[in-house]
Ligand binder design. Structure first.
Ligand code: XUL
Length: 571
């Protein structure tokens, strides 16, 4: 007999794909579906999900493609016999910072969708004032970023207020550039959504509010004050006849209630796919905030995502801002924040060191990482044979980095902890680089995460260390990386590989929907997920983490590492 137990959908509208994941009340995945834009929707002619205009450093995606992806993904699920009537709640996530520009007709069209037709033809182009969504990889807004920081008294002040300094991809500077370039189109724009609230709107049949976490990716939201910042709104609305009020009307509300029941699913989904009329839509958030919801992450646990880029995510009760990282409201829990470090350099940097080493010590064909790993693990911490030796500190950025803001290059230094002296080094072997690159990436994270790792007397006598370090992403399978990252960060409870498939973000969204619909009175997200989540098969302890003496030794070179960044001209 077919099951009638409840299901919860989590969507992830990411750069290259739309994903749907359905989970059951006990948080086990039941169904996954993926649309890849480049191949499944090749008629949009995108590459890796986007169009680029290199002259202007623009990166953007067609909004119609995302809508058609939703039509297609639901049709595929239906063809496979997925029972939509079991879905009790839906949440989702979107790539952060991207914006969607709705026309004045949008609300009417969304409210009267015809179930006999697909969404894409009904909505596009009429529901939009602009067919493109500026993407998080866009770099076209340097002038606007300067305007933002000047208007508020500099990068530090902007970071203090909004959780981040001005970034090209952040939505406030993007909106400013949008109306500077297209004043007539801005005039015709009735509402502006983030990618997350745009996708939520399709399900809700009306334009959805911003989520309390994702709104922090706009450089417009006063995080501590819990409101729009009027100065930044006025900077964004610069010279516009509608001014700040016009911009506020376009932005619409921000949903401050976590797990809010925004309303029932739009009738179009009920009639076309057989969703239940009382299926509930909850807020949709950004992809990074959603990722931290894919496990019962406790404050001071960190997730290190080791992909093409490197990201460190942490949930923390402490709000300390800095221009070199991001603070967001936590998506489910009042009083917590999400700390995020986002590096451009990651896998590519490690691979170039590996390739140089492989020329000297060719590994077996079956494992290109064998020489790199054995060398990194055989090299003592900081390349020191004796504790009084100078520490070897390298910085490896094959592409320009944003954390810190510096040009591409490779630099090697030696640091004497006794004399606190940093000197440029030469004559390193390719073997020295193997350990130094892993240490370098982890030292940078430790240095920047330190203010957020509020000393917890219960943890290792009050040292500033994370509890658990979870590694995710391609390189998380590499033992040497897991060990070194764990030793430098000093995860007191060890290093764990998180194996929830490639869909952590969609899974986090499905958990959000489950919590929003099934939580007990006053039951928080962490408590809810902690009680239902089964660790077996999803989490493996892969390295020791904190090692007495080693973590402390890394701590003694942080000052030298900071100086090394200054020397290379890091801003
Ligand atoms: C975060 C960021 C990216 C996007 C796309 O600030 O720009 O991680 O969210 O995934």
């Amino acid at each position: 007999m077919a099951s009638s137990s409840p299901l919860y959908l989590g969507l992830d509208l990411s750069t290259q794909q739309l994903k749907v994941l359905a989970c059951s009340s006990d948080l086990e995945p039941q169904h996954e579906e993926i649309i890849t834009f480049d191949t499944d929707l090749a008629h949009y002619n995108v590459t890796k999900g986007v169009h680029t205009n290199d002259d202007q450093h623009q990166v953007y995606a067609p909004v119609a493609m995302w809508i058609e992806a939703l039509d297609l993904i639901l049709t595929r699920m239906q063809a496979k016999g997925f029972d939509f009537s079991r879905v009790k709640g839906i949440s989702g996530a979107g790539q952060q910072h991207g914006s969607v520009y709705w026309s004045a007709e949008a609300e009417t069209i969304l409210a009267k969708l015809d179930a006999k037709q697909r969404l894409v033809e009904q909505l596009s182009p009429a529901a939009f004032s602009h067919p493109w969504s500026p993407n998080w990889q866009d770099h076209s807004t340097q002038a606007e970023c300067d305007t933002f920081e000047e208007s508020i008294g500099g990068a530090d002040a902007l970071a203090r207020l909004t959780g981040s300094k001005a970034h090209h991809r952040f939505t406030g500077p993007q909106i400013l550039r949008f109306h500077r370039r297209f004043p007539k189109v801005y005039e015709k724009t009735a509402r502006i959504s983030l990618v997350s609230s745009f996708l939520c709107s399709l399900f809700l049949g009306r334009i959805a509010p911003f989520d309390i976490s994702d709104v922090c990716g706009m450089n417009l939201w006063d995080i501590q004050g819990g409101k729009w910042d009027e100065t930044l709104l006025s900077t964004t609305a610069e010279g516009e006849p509608g001014g700040v009020d016009g911009l506020k009307a376009r932005l619409g509300p921000v949903e401050t209630e976590h797990g809010k029941h925004l309303g029932a699913v739009s009738p179009w989904f009920v009639e076309r796919f057989g969703f239940s009329a009382d299926c509930t839509i909850t807020p949709f958030t950004g992809d990074n905030p959603s990722t931290i919801l894919a496990l019962p992450l406790r404050p001071l646990d960190v997730i290190v995502s080791l992909g093409t880029s490197t990201t460190l995510l942490m949930s923390t009760p402490t709000y300390v801002s800095s221009p070199s990282y991001h603070m967001f409201n936590h998506p489910t829990t009042k009083g917590l924040y999400m700390f995020m470090l986002c590096y451009c350099n990651g896998a590519l940097a490690r691979e170039s060191v590996r390739d140089a080493l492989n020329k000297l010590r060719p590994p077996p064909a079956t494992d290109p990482w064998a020489s790199f790993n054995s060398t990194a693990l055989a090299t003592p911490p900081l390349g020191r044979s004796a504790p009084t030796d100078p520490a070897k500190l390298g910085i490896y950025f094959p592409i320009p980095e944003i954390v810190p803001n510096v040009k591409a290059g490779t630099w090697r230094f030696e640091y004497s902890t006794a004399e606190k002296q940093l000197t440029e080094a030469s004559g390193w072997s390719a073997g020295d680089d193997a350990r130094a690159i892993l240490e370098s990436q982890a030292l940078s994270m430790r240095m920047r995460a330190r203010p957020l790792l509020r000393p917890d007397a219960k943890v290792n006598g009050g040292k500033q260390q994370p509890h658990r370090v979870y590694v995710v992403g391609g390189a998380s399978r590499n033992q040497a990386i897991a060990e070194v990252v764990g030793e430098v960060l000093g995860g007191v409870e060890g290093v764990y590989r998180l194996d929830v498939g490639s869909n952590a973000c969609a899974l986090g969204a499905a958990y959000y929907a489950t919590w929003a619909l099934e939580r007990g009175v006053g039951e928080g997200f962490e408590e809810f997920v902690g009680a239902r989540w089964r660790e077996e098969g999803k989490v493996n302890r892969v390295a020791e983490g904190y090692t007495e003496g080693v973590w402390e030794a890394y701590g003694e070179v942080l000052e030298g590492f900071e100086e090394a960044e200054r020397r290379i001209g890091a801003k």
